[in-house]
Design a binder for this molecule. Structure first.
Ligand code: ADP
Ligand code: MG
Length: 294
């Protein structure tokens, strides 16, 4: 779906008068690939280059050096831009900046209408997209009356209505409450699993990356780590060096291991931790007091 090789991105720095005053290297030699149908999480602290990377996937930015290919299309070729932007839809952080129409269903239909999809087909797509994100019953409502999570799901429906192969979400949950975050992640997972849409989720919530097929970790414009959630989060110390957290449960398991408890290093969920601790308690009934304290 995506192939990036030797990507470098320099922004031009400007002084107060708007004159060019040097460059900032935001992406510094990144190579990566994403297979179709994958759910990818991208982690990295502020300024590590995540948003810049995302904008390359949608041909909103172009390589200073290196190449970005989206579904076999080179983003450097102007004739490909239209197709790339339809195939790889973007969802941004602030839902209020993405919704334009006064009625939910009109908002979702806006994209397809813009590219000349026939009316009959637009309504079919609007219905399907809203159902896919669980917002169909709100189709006649004003977006202003929705919660942040609901607005973000409408934004996602608007992207799906373009029938993309890939959705790139740049911290879509950053402005949402815990419930809204869950709704949005659930909707994204469902699209991935049921429609086979490739999802690239940029997030700073580690919990949202647990179910990804693969995680990319960015640091200072470089791809610092890549692997499955278990491979990434089990490296607690390395993640700390990169100024990143690991999921709370993984951290707890890590501390228990440091304390001498023989449990796996790659525990990601409460259930896995409970199983590991129960397994220990059963095989070692005398030594079970650690569980109570945690
Ligand atoms: P992230 O999304 O991980 O926070 P960004 O991709 O937004 O990181 O930024 C990477 C680096 O590029 C940062 O140092 C940031 O200050 C710089 N940067 C981002 N956008 C611009 C811009 N439009 N002009 C100049 N520098 C920028
Ligand atoms: Mg960003």
């Amino acid at each position: 779906m995506i192939k990036i090789s030797k990507l470098i991105h320099d922004y031009i720095k400007r002084d107060d008068e708007g004159n060019a005053a040097g460059t900032v290297r935001a992406i510094d030699g990144v190579d990566l690939q994403v297979e179709p149908g994958m759910f990818i999480a991208v982690l990295g602290h502020n300024g590590s280059g995540k948003s810049t990377l995302a904008k390359h996937l949608n041909a909103l930015l172009f390589p200073t050096e290196g190449e970005v290919w989206v579904d076999g299309l080179d983003t450097r070729e102007e004739k490909n831009l239209w197709e790339i932007r339809r195939e790889a839809g973007m969802v941004f952080q602030n839902p209020d900046n993405q919704i334009i129409a006064q009625v939910v269903e009109e908002d979702v239909g806006f994209g397809p209408e813009n590219i000349g999809v026939p009316t009959q087909e637009i309504w079919k797509r609007v219905e399907e997209s809203l159902k896919a994100v669980g917002m169909y019953e709100y189709r006649k409502k004003s977006p202003n009356r929705l919660s942040g999570g609901q607005k973000q799901r409408v934004s996602i429906a608007g992207v799906i209505a373009m029938e993309p192969k890939c959705i790139i979400m740049d911290e879509p949950t950053a402005m949402l409450d815990p419930n809204g975050r869950k709704e949005v992640i659930k909707a994204a997972m469902k699209l991935n699993r049921e429609k086979g849409i490739t999802v690239i989720l940029i997030t700073h919530y580690m919990e949202e990356a647990i179910n990804a097929d693969k995680i990319f970790v960015m640091d200072k414009g470089k791809l610092a780590m890549q692997g499955t959630p278990k491979e990434i989060f089990s490296q607690v110390e390395k993640m700390k060096e990169l100024n990143l957290d690991v999921p709370e449960v993984t951290l707890l398991a890590h501390e228990l291991r440091k304390g001498g408890l023989d449990i796996p290093a790659d525990i990601l969920t409460k259930e896995e931790l409970a199983d590991a601790l129960l397994g220990k308690a059963q095989s070692d009934p005398a030594g079970g007091s650690n569980g109570d304290q945690s």
